[in-house]
Write a protein that binds this ligand. Sequence first.
Ligand code: IVH
Length: 693
Amino acid sequence: MNPQERIAELSEQIHYYNQKYYQEHISEISDYDFDMLLEELTNLEAEYPQFKLPDSPTQRVGGSITKDFPTVVHKRVMLSLGNTYSEEDLTDFDKRVKKFLTDENVPLDTLEYICELKFDGVSISLHYENGVLVTGVTRGDGTQGDDVTANVKTIKTLPLRITHPSAPANFEVRGEIFMSHKVFEQLNKEREQAGEPLYANPRNTASGSLKQQDSKEVARRKLDAYLYYLLGDNLPYATHDEAIKALETWGFQISPTYRKCADIQAVMDYINEWETKRKTLPLETDGVVIKVNSLDQQRILGFTAKSPRWAIAYKYKAESIGTTLESVTYQVGRTGAITPVAELKPVLLAGTTVKRASLHNANEIERLGLRLGDTVFVEKGGEIIPKVTGVDLTKRPANSVELAYITHCPECNTALIRRDGEAQHYCPNEKGCPPQVKGKLEHFISRDALKIDGLGGETIDKMYQLGLVKTIADLYDLTADKLARLPNFKAKSVQNALAGLEESKKQPFAHVLFGMGIRFVGKGGAKRLSEHFQTMDAIMNAKLEDLTGVSDVGEKTAQSVYDFFQIAENQDIVSRLKVAGLQMEVGASTATTESDTLAGKSFVISGTFTKFSREELTAKIIANGGKILSGVSAKLDYLVAGENMGPAKLEKANNLGVKIVSEDEFLAMLDDSNLPTASPTVQKDAPKQGGLF
Ligand code: IVH
C-alpha cells in the first residue's frame, strides 16, 4: 500500500474508533493500539504532508501553532439573549410573544417553548462544508470573532466530519465550549502540585484555553462542547427540537437536559426544578434559555437590534453578599508565586462563613479598582474559593486611596519580579525565602512525592528554624543526633523519622522527579517524563527539543525542566540524592538483574511487539545492562523496531547508520550475546494491514 492509501486508511480507522468512543461511548480498541494507529498516521503525515486529509484525526492532538487568530466576519451575526431574573419578567416575555404572534394572525394553540440550560462557557460558531468541519469562530463582538479552528478541532466530542445521510452538505452549528468541573479540578490539582497559581473558574479557563497558541496545549485542556443551534439554507425542520435531535443523530453532543414546555407555567416548573438539580451536572450552568419551538414562529418573531424576540435567558441568582474589605494579604507559594488574598469582615454565605477570598493577581485588583474599607460583593459560584465580584461604590469611605500592589516579598523582602506575559508576581529568592524553602521540603515529603511518614509540616518548620535542613538533599544527612535536637522529638519520633527516610528510598523514580518541585511539573508530567526518558540522567542531559517532543508535555514545562537542570545547585542536589540511594530510574527498584550482556549498549524502542509490551522490553534491556535513550541520534547503538513504527524514525536511524533490530533479533542478542553488526531486516514499507471493517 502506498503512503497516500495508508494515510487514508488510517484516517478512516481512527475516525471510526473516535466516533464509536465519543459519540456512542463504545471502546472497540485498546488505548495502546489506538495510540499506535495515531502515531503511525502522525509520522506518515509528517513525511508526506501532501497526503494529509483536511479532516485528519491527528488534528485532535493539536500540533499547529497559531500566532494571531485571524478575525472573521460572521456569515450570520451572533446575537446575545435578553436576560430576565424573575417570574414577572418571564410572564412579560410570554405576553410579548403572544401579542406579536396574534398581530401576525398566528393561532396561539400552536405555541410551545423549549427550555434548555444556559451553559456557562464560550459560544462558538462552527461551519461544515461538504460535511467537513472547516471553521470554528468565537462570538467576538457578535459581528466578527476569532478564527480558532485548529483549537476547536482538538475537542474530541465535536465531529470533524459528518457522514450521516440526512445531514446537509453545508450548515452552521452554534454551541458552547466548556470545561467540565472534573477537568477543571484536575487541572487545578496539577497546578497546585506544580506550585502554580490556581485558575479562577471553568469558564475563564475554557476561554483562555481556546486562545492558546499551541493547539497541542489546547488538546491537553480537554475542552468539551454542547451544541444548541442549527442554521442553514432550506433545512427541512419545522421545530427547534427536531433540529437539535437531527444534530444529535449526526454525532453532535446535545445536553439531554432540554424539555418541551406547553406554556409559561411549565417553563417556570422547569426553572424551579433545575435550580438545584443543575448543581449535579458535570459543567457550570448559570440559567435557563427559553426558546419558541416552532421555527416558523421564530421567523415571524424575528430579532430586535440586540437579540431574538423568540428567545430569552433566565439567570439564576448567584449567591452573593456585601462585606467590608479589611485588608489585603499576600501569600508566597512554594515556587515563589505571590497570591493576593482579600481579608474580609466575616459573613455567612451559602451556609459557610467567608473570611477570605482569593484576588488572584495584581490585574484582578486593578480590574476591581479595590480600596481598603470598600464594601465588596462576595460570590460563591461554581468555584471552590469564594470570589470578589465587585465594589459597592455608594459605600466607599471618603478619602480612601487605591491599593498599591506590593513591590517586595512580604516574607523575605526581595524585590518581586513579573515575567513577560504572566499575570503573577514572583519572589525570585528561591533559596532564602522561608515559605519557598519550607514549601519545597513539604512538597518533597508529601504523599505523591517521597511520602516520608514520620516527618510533617511542623517538623519541617522546626528543622528549618534550627538550620538542620535547607534543601531536600539535606534530609538524607539527618542523623539521630541532629533529630534529637528538635523540641519534643523523643526517641520514638527520631526512629520514625529515620525509618520514613529509609523507606522513601524505595519510592519509584516518577515520585522522586515529582518531588524535585520543578515548576510546571505535576504528578502526571513527572510520570510522562520518567516513562519517556527512563532515567534521571537522560532527563538531565536531554536537549530542549527532546523534552518538547514528549507527548503531553507542553513547551512551558519542557523549558522549565531544561532550565532547572542547567543550574549547578540542582545538579548537585540530584547527585546527593543519588548517593543517598533514591530511585533514579524507572523500574530500577523491582528490576531483576539478568546479565550484563548489553552493558555499554544503548537502545531506543519503537512500534509494537508481539512477545513483549514496550514496558517489558524496556525492563529487559535494563535488566541485561543496557541503557535506554530518548531518541534516535548518532550516539545510539540499536533501534529495536516493532510493527507500525514511524517511517521517519526508521529513515533517520538508517541515515545515521544505527543498527536496526527486530524483536526476535533482539532476543537472539540476549541468548548468545552475538551482537549483530550489520543493519539488516526491517522493511520500510511494511505496515500492518488494516482489515478492521
Ligand atoms: S441560544 C440567538 N442556547 O448564552 C441566541 N445560548 O446570552 C442563540 N448560551 O451567546 C443562543 N447556553 O453563548 C443559546 N442553551 C443555550 C445556551 C446559550 C448558553 C449562551 C450563548 C449566547 C449567550 C447569550
